[in-house]
Design a protein around this ligand. Sequence first.
Ligand code: SF4
Ligand code: SF4
Length: 350
Amino acid sequence: MSRNKQSPWTPSAEHTALLPEISGRSFNGWNESEARRPRQIFWLRKSEGHPFGRLLDAVKLRFSSVQAYTDVYAHADRGPGKLPDSSPNRRHASADSWTRQVKDFALSRLGARPPGYPGAGSEAELVGISAIRPEWVYEGFERCLPNLIIVGNVMDHARLSRVPSSADDPEGQLEVCDQYNRGARVVNWLAHWIRAQGYAATPHAGPWVGSLNLLPAAIACGFGELGKHGSLINRQYGSSFRLAAVETDLPLIPDAPDAFGADDFCAGCQVCANECPPDAILREKLMVRGTVKWAVDFDRCIPYFNETYGCGICIAVCPWSTPGRAPKLAERFARRAREKQAASAPEVAA
Ligand code: SF4
Ligand code: SF4
């Protein structure tokens, strides 16, 4: 029996009353064979007029009723709150050079920042670059900048493993909040620095949703593969990290996707599906907005997510998230893929 299973778990009547007529499944495009852009659903800064607005407000209210959550965002250092305009004196360098500088900046620690720049430094564990694709832009938004720099901030797994959180024990979710804050510092300072070089830069800092769906962008820039739990699996850190990004017109060289066998692993693993209290994780892939992929049932997940101040069980229990395990699994699955490929290669006649 799994540690977290409470099947059948049923949401409260109070929560059910907040649901709109449209289901999260329809809203997210379940069983739609035509490709379309995604719709923003979580976490919106302004929820007025959104079909799930009342529900989202209730989730925010529940979080803000616990002092620890209010404190972690209200008093945390999230980098410069107000960014300067882009400098009129644009500096010129090759895309290769800008790419190296941006990555060094994102991965640097306090005190290790680009020479001569007075910023507060940075602190991401992952950084990747992708050209923005129109299908990542949420409905209702227009994109104007061509490139995206994505950063990943790794969570402390021991602390994360204290989920599900409660008002008395918020530690697991506080780790999530702390990593969002770290990501915010990285992208706000990075955007600050890019503007100082004379280019446009717009930060996207969690937990708030911006104009772009960062998940497919993170896959495109090599952060990993989509897991059955609807989150990324990275070959180094599993699912134990949070995303943030900077949209920019700085010339940059995109990274390649990194497929190392996580998708195959998920096909034979049910750990997250078995541990998810409201049975929100689908065991088979589903057609979503024109693509067959792993999917999570928003309608089942979100009531439990709300009750536990952000849940997070599925990413904590994923075997890839256990510290030190992901690189070994990635190596094993990459070797298997190579062997499979060699076995199916046609023999060359002597
Ligand atoms: S727990 Fe298993 S099935 Fe779920 S995402 Fe992780 S590897 Fe995939
Ligand atoms: S976050 Fe949602 S999908 Fe993941 S375990 Fe919790 S309820 Fe299930």
